[in-house]
Design a protein around this ligand. Structure first.
Ligand code: ARG
Length: 458
């Protein structure tokens, strides 16, 4: 009995363990729609090439649509010998339309078929991910606009550095995601290359019209080399690299929010919807959502490095190693997609505690401002830095903030100090003075918001 599609030359049975090891249907069935779309287009191209009559092509298309409907309705019955989504769909097609089903695979191979399915499937996912990235950026932009003015300490080395605005901080994360958005869009032309019509490796002998196939399936270009067409998985590798970088950005955002939500900082409060409790300590409210965003970065990175290892050193064209492309791709799509949605939820529901942020601003954070005051009086910055440093040291030894030193004391440090030095000690004006493009002044926050809104509208 010929049960397997490739069973003709075999007399011995497959070891059941080998069947389980070899099969990919348990996970590649999620590409069923892409597989059917590819097959319908291919049936049409066979008709154009004179290998199917109009009537046969129509019957085949209807059969394929029926198979797809079974998947949609959850009635598709998987048979023990089904190996992957391609063999399962073709087996079912033949059950539905009889021997005509056997004409579908004319000149086609699972090698060009699977590469086509993967690309079609990923293109759809990229569209979804694009809107998920946009949604996170959108939430940040709205928050930044509404909570524009709130001041907070900015940190380097996690040490208080200079006053900034809360809006400036979250927009920082939005700009990282904005670059992810651009990178994602730039992947599309390299995913959108048609392999179908490459055959197993050496091209299609029936002169199917690949330009027709590309147009029919919405591909931007055509694989110009059939061996490359069946073998290229750079688009998967690149997508995994994109996913890794996007997760790096989400994990950094998560880390900031975790730190700021501690009682020690108290800058933000996570909503209950994205926190969990402790089974032991009743007082606990843990930022599990954020910790998972941080942790899942490792998983996606593992998908990337694992798959690059799979690709390394493969001989030309198709080798079964390539079947290992699917699980990392699926997992990355699922993980990044869920992470983006969680980030959106966390960001849209957390509460900002502006008072806590203001309390954490200390006068020493204006030491740079003090140096800049002297720069405005004509002193070279390197010298002003020293003077300001001595003011910080003096204030520290007197155990007062630098704003409490007297004008006399300032004049002793440097004769250029005048009564208007008092104006230095204002966090709001410090931030507002940083009004060059990219700064945290209100006008520049507005500009950032406008730039991102523009990017989101595309
Ligand atoms: N399930 C296989 C894969 O995902 C389809 C291609 C099989 N091709 C072959 N020559 N055995 O790679």
């Amino acid at each position: 009995t010929k049960q397997k599609l490739w069973g003709g030359r075999f007399t011995g049975k497959t070891d059941p363990l080998m069947h389980a090891f070899n099969q990919s249907l348990s996970y590649d069935k999620r590409m069923h729609s892409a597989d059917i779309r590819g097959s319908i287009a291919y049936a049409k191209s066979l008709c154009l090439a004179g290998l199917l009559t109009q009537e046969e092509a129509e019957k085949m298309t209807q059969g394929l649509q029926l198979v797809e409907k079974e998947w949609q309705d959850g009635t598709f019955e998987i048979k023990p010998d089904d190996e992957d989504i391609h063999t399962a769909n073709e087996r079912r097609l033949s059950e539905l339309i009889g021997p005509l089903g056997g004409k579908l695979h004319t000149g086609r191979s699972r090698n060009d078929q699977v590469a086509t399915d993967m690309r079609l499937w990923l293109l759809d996912q990229v569209e979804e991910l694009e809107s998920a990235v946009k949604a996170v950026i959108g939430v940040i932009v709205e928050r930044a606009d509404k909570e524009k003015a709130i001041l907070m300490p900015g940190y380097t080395h996690l040490q208080r550095a200079q006053p900034i605005r809360w809006s400036h901080l979250i927009l920082f994360h939005a700009f990282s995601l904005h670059s992810d958005l651009q990178r994602l869009q730039e992947l599309v032309p390299r995913i959108s290359v048609l392999p179908l019509g490459s055959g197993p490796l050496a091209g299609n002998p029936f002169l199917v019209d690949r330009e027709f196939l590309a147009k029919e399936l919405g591909f931007q270009s055509i694989a110009e080399n059939s061996m490359w067409g069946v073998a290229d998985r750079d688009f998967v590798a690149e997508f995994l690299m994109w996913s890794s970088l996007c997760m790096v950005h989400l994990s950094k955002l998560a880390e900031d929010l975790i730190i700021y939500s501690t009682s020690e900082f108290g800058f933000i409060t996570l909503s209950d919807a994205y926190s969990t409790g402790s089974s032991v300590m009743p007082q606990k409210k843990n930022p599990d959502s954020l910790e998972l965003l941080r942790g899942k970065c490792g998983r996606v990175f593992g998908n990337m490095s694992g798959f690059l290892m799979t690709l390394k050193g493969l001989p030309s064209t198709y080798n079964k190693d390539l079947q290992e492309d699917k699980e990392p791709m699926f997992d990355a799509v699922d993980t990044v997609g869920a992470s983006l949605r969680i980030a959106e939820g966390v960001l849209s529901t957390l509460k900002v505690n502006g008072e806590k942020m203001a309390e954490a601003l200390t006068m020493d954070m204006l030491a740079t401002e003090l140096a800049e005051y002297l720069v405005r009086k004509g002193m070279p910055f390197r010298e002003t830095h020293h003077v300001s440093g001595r003011a910080v040291a003096l204030a520290e030894s007197l155990q007062v903030p630098i704003s409490a030193l007297t004008l006399e004391q300032y004049k002793q440090l440097c004769p250029l100090f005048e009564a208007d030095v008092a104006e230095v000690f204002n966090f709001e004006s410090s931030v507002e003075r940083r009004a060059a493009i990219g700064g945290p002044s209100l006008k520049m926050i507005d500009r950032q918001v406008a730039v991102l809104r523009e990017a989101l509208s595309k």
